[in-house]
Design a protein around this ligand. Structure first.
Ligand code: HEC
Length: 148
């Protein structure tokens, strides 16, 4: 119970911090972060395709995991496509169907855990399968919630 309350306090603090930040900056930061995630995944995909040493990308996977921990908080009200002064591909569906968006995120997270474990183990076949699953997790959110 006490832990739960502490968690709630942290979430409330984060929400407050974001509310005080200007929205165009929230969007710029989330896009920067996603660009970095994209670069990490290109490298991960490259190693998977070539059958190279997956231990080389363990740190990249860890960086992606760290970025997504807090991902939902990067989508405050007023940062959807069409909002004034906002340059984004985030579709309004994120806000009209938040449970679906949260579910898409929740589906990616364990796949990243599996991917990191497979990479750290050095087993190429397991890593390739896990990379495909993780990539599908990205697409599972982009299709309904990101404009092309
Ligand atoms: C829960 C939803 C969700 C998941 C999961 C997700 N994304 Fe995205 N992604 C988005 C949204 C929404 C945008 C559009 C953000 C914007 O324009 O403000 C986006 C944008 C991007 C961009 C473009 C950034 C830019 O502005 O140039 C890249 C690259 C990207 N995602 C990579 C990934 C990768 C790789 C994964 C999987 C590891 C992933 N995303 C998983 C929702 C998601």
């Amino acid at each position: 119970m006490r832990l739960w309350l502490a968690g709630l306090a942290i979430v409330a603090t984060m929400g407050g911090a974001l509310a005080q930040t200007d929205l165009p900056r929230v969007v710029a930061e989330r896009r920067e972060g996603l660009k970095a995630v994209g670069a990490h995944f290109e490298a991960i995909g490259g190693v998977a395709r070539s059958g190279g040493d997956p231990t080389a990308v363990v740190d990249r996977i860890a960086a992606v995991q760290a970025f997504f921990v807090n991902f939902g908080a990067r989508f405050p009200e007023g940062t959807q496509q069409g909002a004034p002064g906002i340059d984004t591909k985030a579709l309004p569906a994120i806000w009209t169907d938040r449970p679906g968006f949260d579910r898409a995120l929740a589906e990616l997270m364990p796949r990243l855990v599996t991917l990191r474990e497979a990479a750290a183990s050095g087993n190429v076949a397991n890593f390739q399968a896990a990379a495909q699953q993780a990539g599908a997790g990205c697409g599972g959110c982009h299709r309904p919630y990101r404009a092309r």
